[in-house]
Design a protein around this ligand. Sequence first.
Ligand code: DX5
Ligand code: ZN
Length: 221
Amino acid sequence: MNILSPSILSADFWRLGEQVKEVEKAGAQYLHIDVMDGMFVPSISFGLPVLKCIRRETSLFLDVHLMVERPERHVGAFAESGADLINFHIEASADVEKTIQAIRRMGKKAGITIKPGTPPEAAAPFLGMVDMVLVMTVEPGAGGQELIPQCLDKVRRIREMAKEKRLCVDIQVDGGIRVENVHQALEAGANVIVAGSAVFQGDIGANIRDFKRRMEQQAQR
Ligand code: DX5
Ligand code: ZN
C-alpha cells in the first residue's frame, strides 16, 4: 500500500495542532517527525516534548526520523514519548543491529536511514531486521530542497535486493518530493512518501488530496 507521511518540519509551529488535525482530516496515514540535534546535521529542530503533545491529540501513525548522533542513546525516550516507528541513520550509529533490537524491544517498528552519499549495499545486512528503509532524496537537515534524482536509483536497488531476499520491507523517500515527481519515487519502488513543503505550503487539505490522487493513479498502472 502507498502511504503519505507529511513532515511537520514545514508546518507553522504557531498553529501546529490545527495543522495536524488538517492532515488527519485530509486522509494522510502517517505523520513524519524530523528530529535534528545540531551535530549529525547542522540544524536543531525539536524533540520529545513536541512528540508527546502530538501523541496526546492524534491517532495518526507517528513516523520519527532521528537525524542525531548516536541514536542508540535516544530511541528509548522516543518510544516512550509516542513514536510508532523510529528511523535512525546508520551513518550515526555505533551499533546498528543493537539499535534496531532496542527499538523492537520497546514494541515499535524500526527503520534505518541512508544519506545520499551512502551506498544501498550498506543497508543490505539489515534488510531482514527492519520494517522500513528510508532513502534520503536530499541531504538531511532542511526542508524545501530539490530531489537528487540519483537517489531514486538507490531505491530501485534496495527494492531489488529485498525482492531477491523475499523480504517485504517498506521503502520510504524523504526530501524534494512533490505532486509532480511522486510518480518517479513510486516507480522506483518506494511506497512511503514523505512530503514537507509540498504539503504545508498553501492549502494543506488540497495538497494532501492531490498527492493521494496522484499516488492512487500510479498504483493502478
Ligand atoms: C530533511 C527532512 C525532511 C524534510 C522534507 O532533512 O528529513 O523530512 O522535512 O522536506 P521537503 O519535503 O520540503 O523536502
Ligand atoms: Zn525526514
